[in-house]
Ligand binder design. Structure first.
Ligand code: CP3
Length: 352
């Protein structure tokens, strides 16, 4: 068993597990070397490359988990809605599904188009050492839908926010198709060897609690229930959606926090039978070794003593980060976190 899976269930562990969102990415020179040769889409489609890239941060920093190198937008691609990665902009869809007639004609994701990802998961699990967890993932239906409908990153996603009201039938049709596709995809990822599933609802930052409850939550509930059936724990990362009472009720094992909340306060509100992941501000990685060390300790202290914290950032690593900054975070978590765990009685903050 891995430290990460143990932390998902609150089992006794000797230190806090650590991995970072976007740990396999452009801040790594070894990633850029492959990127220049192959390009983003080829990298996500070739099981050998998926495996190699996912392992890069493990080899360099000895993280406690590998996250599958892929993207939440492989699901729209499996539905025939393709994107290009435009430098300085991000993913841009050539044919977004802006109108009702187009949405109502969408087909479910074609499993054959996702097979190479599952092959990557299988290969990765074989090559990853057993004490490291393999994290599979998918986007939440809302976040995937925002990209498919808007067609590109937006400052407020107001087009789809209005469409949900003006064309509810089309909106719910899209959410339904995505939900079924996501359930199938994450179930297959667990079968292929993923130990944990993380669901990214990054664009929940743009909606109200009421919108979330009405338009997103019913779909997330079905995804959570489906992941439970696989036996793998689920990490739900809902950026900017600070509706933690709802997430607890959903029954997820882990809630991922972005950096605008305090781990300690959320822990107090949610109690001791759910784990928390997060939440160092990614901008701290652009500061000095001394500040990174200090702020990493602050995150550990904010959670406090206990077995239910998974160290991470509040969002992904940005490409301008120096690898040494990541090294400092990982080393600090490894050296400073044992005292937050009861099994290390000598220096434990639980003693005295
Ligand atoms: O290391 C990891 O975290 C695993 C791989 C991963 C990627 N994307 C690789 C990637 C994961 C888990 C994602 C999730 C993802 N993708 C989300 C949800 C989380 C988040 O960050 O908000 C979203 C919204 C996407 C959509 C997406 N894909 C965007 C907005 C971008 C451009 C962002 C940017 O930084 O330019 C991508 C491309 C992407 N996905 C890259 C990587 C490493 C950059 C690819 C490159 O240029 O080489």
């Amino acid at each position: 068993m891995s430290l990460l899976v143990d932390a998902c269930y609150g089992r006794e562990i000797s230190r806090t597990p650590v991995w970072l969102m976007r740990q396999a990415g452009r801040y790594l020179p070894e990633y850029m070397k492959i990127r220049r040769q192959h390009g983003f889409h080829a990298m996500m489609s070739e099981p050998d490359l998926i495996t190699e890239i996912s392992l890069q941060p493990i080899q360099r920093f000895n993280m406690d988990a590998a996250i599958l190198y892929s993207d939440i937008l492989v699901i729209p691609e499996a539905m025939g809605i393709n994107f290009r990665l435009v430098p300085g902009t991000g993913p841009v869809f050539e044919n977004p599904v802006k109108r009702k007639d187009k949405i109502m004609k969408l087909n479910p994701p074609n499993p054959r188009k996702l097979f190479h990802v599952l092959k990557g998961v299988h290969q990765l699990r074989k090559e990853l050492s057993p004490e490291k967890a393999l994290i599979g993932f998918a986007g939440a239906p809302w976040t995937i839908a925002t990209y498919m409908v808007e067609g590109k990153p937006s400052k407020d996603y107001r087009y789809i926010r209005s469409l949900a009201h003006t064309e509810p039938k089309a909106f719910h049709f899209l959410m339904e198709v995505l939900t079924k596709g996501i359930i199938q995809f994450v179930t297959e990822q667990v079968k292929a060897g993923a130990d944990v599933i993380q669901i990214f609802d990054t664009n929940a930052a743009y909606i109200s609690r009421d919108f979330f409850e009405t338009n997103c939550l019913p779909y997330l509930k079905r995804i959570v229930a489906a992941v439970k059936k696989t036996g793998a724990p689920l990490i739900l990362f809902v950026k900017g959606g600070n509706w933690y009472d709802i997430f607890k009720e959903l029954g997820v094992e882990v809630v991922g926090l972005d950096w605008n909340l305090s781990l300690g306060e959320v822990r107090k509100k949610l109690g001791e039978d759910i784990s928390l992941q997060g939440n160092l501000d990614p901008a701290i990685l652009l500061t000095s070794e001394e500040i990174i060390h200090r702020e990493t300790i602050k995150v550990l202290e904010s959670y406090g003593a206990g077995n239910r914290h998974i160290f991470n950032l509040g969002h992904g690593i940005t490409p301008d980060v120096q690898p040494d900054a990541v090294e400092t975070v990982v080393e600090t978590v490894k050296s400073e976190s044992p005292k937050f765990h009861a099994s290390n009685t000598k220096d434990s903050v639980l003693v005295g």
